[in-house]
Design a protein around this ligand. Sequence first.
Ligand SMILES: C[C@](O)(CO)[C@H](O)COP(=O)(O)OP(=O)(O)OC[C@H]1O[C@@H](n2ccc(N)nc2=O)[C@H](O)[C@@H]1O
Ligand SMILES: Nc1ncnc2c1ncn2[C@@H]1O[C@H](COP(=O)(O)OP(=O)(O)OP(=O)(O)O)[C@@H](O)[C@H]1O
Length: 319
Amino acid sequence: MLAVVPPPVTVRVPSKINLHLSVGDLREDGFHDLTTVFHALSLTDEVTVAVAEEPGVEVYGEGEASVPTGANNLAWRAVQALAAHVGKPDPKVRVVLRKGIPVAGGMAGGSADAAGTLVALTALWKLDLGRDELAGIAAKLGSDVPFALYGGTALGTGRGEQLVPVLSRHTFHWVLAFDQRGLSTPRVYEELDRLREIGDPPRVGSHAPVVEALASGDPRQLALLLGNDLQAAAVSLRPGLRRTLRAGVNAGALAGTVSGSGPTCAFLCADAESALAVAAELAGAGVCRTVRVAHGPVPGARLTGGEELHRPTPPQVHA
Ligand SMILES: C[C@](O)(CO)[C@H](O)COP(=O)(O)OP(=O)(O)OC[C@H]1O[C@@H](n2ccc(N)nc2=O)[C@H](O)[C@@H]1O
Ligand SMILES: Nc1ncnc2c1ncn2[C@@H]1O[C@H](COP(=O)(O)OP(=O)(O)OP(=O)(O)O)[C@@H](O)[C@H]1O
């Protein structure tokens, strides 16, 4: 009898920015305790998984040359982790990544691919896995991976993997400035530790006002509250970011912040029209490699076809 080969499955998965990122002390396990407000943006990667005789990863699009295609690719690590979890040795799948998210840009591109792969394989293999189970596997792959599963806006604690949804009623409009080269996340955390040893880099306050601004939906209120403890470290390693941040505000953005560990800068704009105008002006300012507009919040990893049944159930929203 001929085996029926299931059709390929494609998942779209968002990038993230951190509206607020408070970094605590270095822990014994090498991670820092965080309190952060994650926000999923419409700048996405697409992940397609298919049964294949020759397993592996192919990468196309933004930054493709700097993404490993072997065992180090985070999407491939997700294949291995899910296969081990459900007892499928030697998984025969091919993963195709179409990248829109900048590589090593502080927007969790690799994490997005890992989350997208988990959701796509759950559908391809017709697995009956609950959200918590998938999020548990995601957390082992990286601190940002669970958020890419859920998307929306969420408060992250622990090393960023413990999530509670945050109410965000409105769509916010953003301009993103990609830098010439990426920054290594562990290197930026190390730089923050170094700066804290020799001085007192600025620390963001409580996240509570950010949560209130999100509920109000007023971008002007939110703009006053954007903050990232890693910004000083990213700027210390890449001083040109100061110019980029200034140029975005000069172009008419309400405020700008380094996204996560950088070097991508995210600029909050008053509305969609203003975002387009800011993007056009920033693109001409010669301070960055590429400019994109995006909006948020958007949902987490989801199937692009009709296979929604296998999507993990989002957690309850607490107002
Ligand atoms: C900067 C952020 O994007 C903000 O959301 C994340 O904290 C980074 O998350 P990520 O890229 O998924 O990071 P992981 O793959 O979990 O960890 C990579 C490295 O970053 C550092 N790291 C990461 C998360 C954290 N809470 N503390 C850390 O110090 C550690 O050196 C770790 O070895
Ligand atoms: N699928 C993938 N996509 C992009 N980079 C990957 C992938 N798999 C492994 N990598 C490696 O991981 C490094 C970090 O890539 P990534 O794009 O996830 O960084 P990032 O967006 O700054 O991460 P974060 O915001 O979560 O800290 C890259 O330099 C690349 O070598």
